[in-house]
Ligand binder design. Structure first.
Ligand SMILES: Nc1ncnc2c1ncn2[C@@H]1O[C@H](COP(=O)(O)OP(=O)(O)OP(=O)(O)O)[C@@H](O)[C@H]1O
Length: 500
């Protein structure tokens, strides 16, 4: 039976299930490295990194480079378990861009088509599927192969990007429906946020991708009338150099990098990835690691006073950008509606929820990034993949259920070596469980933070009238929803875009 997230949160000393996880490469034994000192880095990439303001590499980036482009030569699939904000994106993007920039098939393409540099496409459901198709698929140009007998060659549309950034749902949409969309030349597969990706089946996206890439090189060669091969398709030469352990398996292989801040150890989940002699790069000794410059605080208060304590805490933070996490969309909505009935709060806040239209969510996030909103109230949906420059504070309005949840929520701050703080509201009886949960991670010390009682008390009179208004407001919303013909803001969108 598949384990739930919390069930595999073993004690710190627990021996990992899989032999290859027992002796990881310790990312912390690497130090940062100035960009120009990284061996074999293409000078064009040095310039690009300079334009991006990157002067030196973080340890995870150095470790990953050495195992892929460096002496490790990508002989093994790479599994990276490294904290939030530690720079995992560049740790895989840089080696892949460098390795693809020199691949043989590119030279072939360059010779026959006016494409010179690598192109990156996305299939993430942010634009319509039709727009994505036109960005990703090249329709055949007549006369591209003038020497071949037109009758022998069926010119099909084909994928025109070198690197595709995709969400599983949209990827599956293209696999199933887009003519000419093919993964048969895939050289590298990166699965970021691996633990989450493996938890969600997304129409079996992973077995499908692996299956589609397995039969490369064998299928289509073009023949003349006598069966003589005229031209092999423009297949990618996946890897050259030493390879290990390929008994009967396809070669060259599809090389993989998987990454997470909370990498699963569950063998049944990891086996779906069909990793090749995996090598684990791990940060520190423990399985979970909280960023070094993250300060954790707990605030103990009665549940009926939580909204007031939150307001007092937000007043203390003086309008600094802050994310507030609740356990459900309903409680996010309840909390933000309640706050609306407090006048003159010294911070601007907004709800951020999957119940809102995607366009509303995007506008809210932009306003937050631009500093027009100080506080976002939402659920764990905000805990993954969101990077907001200068975000210093995260508040767990509701206690996170698992240490992994804590790590991803808190990890929205204290990124890229910056300092940040995470506050967690707890009821008295939750304190013990919370302390125990945090102990599963490195750097888990957590101090008690108290709020001035008188500040909470001064808000009490407004609180009772705000609560009354809240109940009225929620009642009127419920009445609206129960009327025939009511359509939830994102109902139609959800139907069209599955699982993005
Ligand atoms: N070498 C570097 N120098 C300066 N900034 C960097 C460097 N590498 C990455 N960054 C910045 O650090 C931030 C965090 O990087 P990234 O999003 O890749 O972290 P992550 O490890 O993937 O985090 P998460 O697990 O939360 O997704 C980004 O703003 C990125 O631009």
């Amino acid at each position: 039976m598949a384990r739930k997230e919390g069930e595999e949160d073993g004690a710190p000393s627990r021996v990992p299930h899989l032999p290859w996880m027992r002796n990881p490469v310790d990312i912390e034994s690497f130090s940062g490295c100035p960009v120009e000192h990284l061996p074999r880095l293409d000078p064009r990439l040095v310039k690009a990194l300079d334009r991006m303001g990157i002067e030196s590499f973080f340890p995870v980036q150095v470790a990953s480079w050495l195992e892929t482009v460096g002496p490790g030569a990508f002989e093994r699939d790479i599994c990276i378990n490294s904290p939030t904000g530690s720079g995992k994106t560049l740790a895989y993007a840089l080696p892949i861009v460098q390795m693809l920039s020199t691949r043989k098939v590119k030279e072939v393409f360059d010779g026959i088509a006016p494409v010179v540099s690598l192109s990156v496409g996305s299939a993430v459901g942010q634009s319509s599927i039709a727009d994505e198709v036109s960005d990703l698929i090249e329709n055949p140009k007549q006369g591209l192969y003038p020497t071949l007998d037109e009758e022998c060659v069926r010119m099909e549309p084909q994928t025109k990007v070198d690197i595709l950034v995709a969400t599983p749902g949209r990827l599956m949409d293209h696999i199933n429906m887009t003519k000419g969309f093919s993964l048969e030349h895939l050289q590298y597969l990166v699965v970021d946020e691996t633990d989450r990706m493996l938890r969600e089946a997304y129409q079996s996206w992973l077995p499908t991708v692996i299956q589609l890439t397995r039969s490369t090189n064998q299928n289509h060669s073009w023949s003349d009338m006598n069966g003589k091969t005229l031209l092999h398709p423009l297949t990618t030469i996946r890897r050259s150099g030493a390879e290990r352990g390929f008994k009967g398996k396809c070669f060259p292989r599809l090389a993989k990098i998987i990454l997470s801040a909370t990498l699963t150890q569950d063998p049944s989940k990891l086996s779906q990835l069909e990793l090749h002699h995996p090598l684990l790069l791990n940060s520190g000794k423990k399985r979970y690691r909280i960023p070094t410059k993250l300060q954790s605080y707990k605030l103990v208060c009665k549940s009926n006073l939580k909204p007031l304590s939150l307001i007092v805490l937000l007043q203390e933070l003086r309008g600094e950008k802050c994310l507030v996490f609740t356990l459900s969309v309903e409680s996010s909505h309840r909390l933000s509606t309640l706050l609306e009935f407090f006048e003159d709060l010294p911070f601007k806040f907004s709800e951020y929820s999957r119940l809102q239209r995607e366009s509303t969510r995007r506008k809210t996030l932009d306003a937050f990034k631009e500093g027009k909103i100080d506080v976002l109230i939402g659920t764990d949906r905000m805990a993954r993949g969101i990077h907001i420059d200068g975000l210093k504070y995260v508040i767990n309005y509701d206690m996170p259920p698992y240490v992994k949840t804590y790590i991803h929520r808190a990890g929205r701050t204290a990124r890229a070596g910056e300092a940040g703080s995470c506050f967690t509201f707890l009821r008295k009886h939750e304190v013990k469980a919370f302390d125990k949960m945090l102990k599963k991670a490195d750097n888990s010390s957590c101090s008690l933070h108290s709020l001035p009682e008188e500040s909470v008390e001064t808000l009490r009179p407004v609180f009772s009238s705000a609560l009354k208004k809240l109940e009225e407001s929620l009642e009127s919303e419920a009445t609206k929803k129960s009327k025939p013909g009511y359509k939830a803001p994102n109902a139609s969108k959800r139907k069209r875009t599955i699982h993005t």
